[in-house]
Design a protein around this ligand. Structure first.
Ligand SMILES: [Zn+2]
Length: 461
């Protein structure tokens, strides 16, 4: 690659050349889902954006030289509440497992349909409780945490540059905290590392009694375990900068005595739906599942690659407005792209250069489209197009339809035309529906010369 990879770093508020700590093992962590409900379209954005980065890093450093960790948050008070609501008859642990396993399965299905590669490791919070206790122990021992009011709290004043990522002055953090309920805290901004559990809450034994971890500690524990005390890239949505990422940094740095937790912090922008903030009360709360499998958005289902491309048509740091219009635009684009095989070809430089400029997927999609058009007259470009599309994860799939199947479809279409001539509409519709279920769409038209009905067919996307 003749140009360098540049990434915007929230920590420095600058775009700079990316220099991995170890080119043999480039390490990236992205905050994953809390598994209590269907993932919404806002959750889809980091999954897609960091999948593109994962693909790019694999291209630059080699497939086996990138470690991508994305966690599953399976301990959270929202999960408890959902378990009690949905499975009141089950013992708590079983009820929780029922909720988390089902949600996790659905999340994996969503991510696969959005064309995302699986991360290298996908640790679960509940499998890392011991590591969390280890970090909390260290933080108490070195004076960064204290026990008070049934909780272990991080002492924000003990860290000289707490707030460096979000650049929030400590005064503002304190003003934002709810002082009344925080009487046991040394400073209003102190946050929970561990809290005691009552009998109807999940809990693990610890030096501070049976309890459960706070929100932030799991990511410090899992990134430390799988990527090391200092790693290359940490990603997530903009809404996680404060308090989640700020507090991850505080925990990890103070426990390990390091200057940074990750060298580069990357954040994707917000997602709106049809020009408005997405919320259940606005009635525009839309899940990935809804988009893929129901007709609640725009009166139809949308293929995963259309959703993915629609997301990549905006730069990841910009806010995105998810709309039917945008999805239609993405679909139109995709329909003009050829299905092809990369067969070992290298991606096109223009696409690569765009992505290397802080993941400029907007320019990359434009370059890809230009390449698709060129490939129409120059078939030799097809593998280059395919390799480039694959880098964005939007490689059109070849629909395998063999000759035997094609002639079977032709025969059924001819039979249907005969039935229509004989005005046997019920039987004719039956054939149309059967073919439709097999993914074959019929199009009726008229022969301009004879005025007779002609039917063509195509494989639905
Ligand atoms: Zn996290």
């Amino acid at each position: 690659m003749g140009f360098s990879l540049k990434l915007y770093n929230t920590l420095t508020r600058e775009k700079a050349e990316f220099k991995p700590i170890d080119r043999q093992n480039v390490r990236m962590y992205v905050c994953g889902p809390t598994v209590y409900d269907y993932a919404h379209i806002g959750n889809a954005r980091p999954v897609i954006v960091f999948d593109v980065l994962f693909r790019l890093l694999r291209h630059v450093y080699g497939e086996n030289h990138v470690t991508y960790a994305r966690n599953i948050t399976d301990v959270d008070d929202k999960i408890n509440a959902r378990a009690l609501r949905d499975h009141p008859g089950l013992p708590l642990n079983e009820a929780i497992r029922a909720v988390t396993e089902k949600t996790e399965r659905q999340f994996h299905a969503d991510a696969a349909e959005l064309g995302c590669l699986e991360p290298t490791v996908e640790p679960r919070a509940t499998d890392n409780i011991e590591q969390m206790i280890g970090i909390i122990d260290k933080l108490i021992a070195n004076g960064h945490a204290y026990v008070a009011g049934g909780e272990v709290l991080f002492d924000t004043k003990s860290m000289h540059d707490y707030g460096r990522l979000s650049k929030r002055p400590l005064d503002e953090q304190q003003a934002g905290a709810r002082v009344a309920v925080d009487a046991h805290k040394k400073n209003p901004g102190d946050f929970v590392l561990w809290k005691l559990s009552s009998h109807n809450e999940p809990g693990w034994e610890s030096p501070w009694g049976r309890g459960r971890p706070g929100w932030h500690i799991e990511c410090s524990a899992m990134s430390g375990r799988y990527l090391g005390e200092v790693f290359d890239i940490h990603g997530g949505g903009l809404d996680l900068i404060f308090p989640h990422h700020e507090n991850e940094i505080a925990q990890s740095r103070c426990a390990h005595g390091t200057d940074v937790m990750a060298n580069v912090w990357m954040h994707n922008g917000f997602v709106q739906v049809e020009g408005r903030k997405m919320s259940k009360s606005e009635g525009n709360f839309i899940t990935i599942y809804d988009l893929l499998h129901t007709e609640t958005f725009g009166g139809r289902k949308w293929p995963g690659d259309v959703l993915r491309l629609a997301m990549l048509m905006t730069h990841y740091r910009e806010p995105i407005d998810f709309s039917v219009k945008r999805l239609e635009e993405a679909e139109r684009l995709l329909s003009k792209w050829p299905a092809a095989d990369p067969s070992g070809a290298a991606p096109c430089d223009t696409v690569l250069e765009a992505l290397s400029d802080d993941l400029n997927t907007v320019a990359a999609v434009q370059a890809l489209h230009a390449l698709a058009q060129e490939a129409q007259s120059d078939k030799a470009l097809l593998p280059v197009f395919a390799a480039s599309a694959d880098l964005l994860g939007v490689l059109p799939q070849k629909t395998e339809i063999d000759e035997a199947l094609a002639s079977a479809v032709d025969a059924l279409v001819a039979m249907r035309l005969e039935l229509l001539k004989a005005k046997n509409f019920a039987e004719a519709d039956k054939i149309r529906n059967e073919l439709s279920e097999k993914g074959i769409q019929l199009k009726d038209g008229k022969d301009p010369a004879t005025g007779e009905r002609v039917t063509t067919w195509e494989v639905k996307r």
